[in-house]
Design a protein. Sequence first.
Length: 264
Amino acid sequence: MLDNTETVSKNYISYNHPLNEKIRVFLRIEHLWCEIEYFIQQESDATCLICLQNILSLLDIVERFDLRSEASKYLDKLVEKFQKIRIQPVDDIDRDKIDEIIQQLATASKSLKTTIGKTASGLSSNEWLSTIRQKMLLPGGLSGSDSPFLKHWQQFSINQKINQLRAWQKEFVILADAINKILFYIRKTSIVTEVSVDNGVYQRIIDNQFEPQLLVIELPKKYHVYPEISGNRYRISARFLQSDLISKAVQYTNQIDFRLAVCW
């Protein structure tokens, strides 16, 4: 979509809106995985607990959905899409790079299909983790008074906790890698347009010829607003709101310019 990611993160905020429920779940997986990768590198007692909670949230999601099968289907569709791009009679296509991408996607799909057993099944049967999951449902349930076994775990060294968290995280690696690839290449194969609106509301009919999967709005930080997005593969709308974090958010009524990407 955008080449200079450093510039994007500095000047823009990217908002993703899924156009179907499967992509919504994939985005949740991506979010949790990124948080785990970030916090596990902070090497503190507090961030180890955050990582543990996120790993258990991942477990809740993979138990609820047949993600491995769905991810494999998406990878196969992406392979077909890049194969079609490769044969386009256009001179500036880097066919060697496309072949590399196809190989990556095909390998990820094969890994999903050949994995035996359910994702993270070992964690599902872990009694200690099951108890933590139950306590997480209670407000303040992870306090020392409610969960002395967790408080005991927190007394171990940082290296011991991180090694344990890495071992649990490894249970999701194949699935998370596949989903990250799916979202990365869906975003890359997008149609980006520069949009300007005057009244804080944007509406558009989507050409669903390419089966749009994801909507991305890249909003300049200078406006101090956020989009309230709704829609599906046929129609989208966004209302831009501003808030001081205390008062109720109100609609932004001045001109606003942003980037819109419909990812397929």
